[in-house]
Design a protein around this ligand. Structure first.
Ligand code: ZN
Length: 242
């Protein structure tokens, strides 16, 4: 685990905020800060294709004034089975049917489990995650039923839960369209130039313009009536950045 110095905070309530470095989780961090939480941002190096989003997470945590930011390691590449953790599986560049190969088996279950453990140690009773069931790719672990089930698990699985301090899992983006997420983030001062959503960004964080994540993000800026600040690769899709 790497860590940055954690700043003392005068806020009374601590929260763990899962921060991938993408647009959604950056917005969630800004919302949790607005709500008065001392936010401890947690990013996970899970064997994803590129490190650009982790670098973005560090920038976002610093820019939004998180009380701390840690990067934990979990090797989901040891399982594979996803275009994001197995280099032999290509990232699709066209929309398809069903749950796409960019789904990472067990990812959000593991991320929430790590957040749960850290929350117990911090004495935090709140965990924030940027899952969304509107403009998303159909991943099963982004759905409201999953979040509710994990919250129930957290009550049973933790000392805090058993002692009457159950953890709450907040998914404030759950029912928002991407354009609404962007508008909310802009109101809260999120600089989306610092975020990386692309599944196959290059080392500098420049986006491909073609993958699901790029398409949802670009459509969100369009629908929000906001210029897309994303940095695209030189060989990005011709419609990228328009
Ligand atoms: Zn992309």
């Amino acid at each position: 685990m790497s860590r940055v110095d954690e700043q003392p905070s005068t806020a009374s309530r601590r929260a763990v905020v899962l921060l991938s470095g993408g647009l959604d989780s950056a917005t969630v961090l800004a919302m949790a800060q607005r709500d008065g939480f001392a936010c401890h941002a947690l990013s996970v190096a899970y064997g994803q294709r590129h490190g650009a989003e982790l670098a973005a997470a560090a920038r976002v945590a610093a820019a939004l004034g998180a009380a701390g930011h840690r990067v934990m390691q979990v090797d989901l590449a040891g399982i594979g089975g996803s275009a994001l953790t197995d280099a032999a599986i290509a990232v699709p560049v066209e929309p398809g049917d069903g749950i796409p190969v960019t789904y990472v088996p067990a990812r959000n279950t593991l991320l929430l489990a790590l957040a749960l453990g850290w929350a117990e140690v911090l004495g935090a009773e709140d965990i924030f995650i940027g899952v969304n069931a509107v403009d998303y790719s159909g991943y099963p672990d982004c759905r409201p039923a999953f979040v509710a089930a994990f919250e129930a698990l957290a009550r049973l699985a933790t000392r805090a839960g058993i002692e009457g301090r159950p953890l709450r899992i907040h998914a404030p983006l759950q029912h928002l369209a991407k354009a609404d997420i962007i508008q909310e983030g802009l109101r809260l001062g999120v600089d989306y130039r610092t975020t990386v959503s692309c599944y196959q960004a290059d080392a500098d964080g420049r986006a491909c313009g073609q993958c699901d994540a790029c398409r949802l993000r670009r459509a969100g800026f369009q629908a929000a009536g906001v210029a897309d600040p994303t940095s695209y690769r030189y060989d990005a899709h011709p419609s990228a950045g328009r």
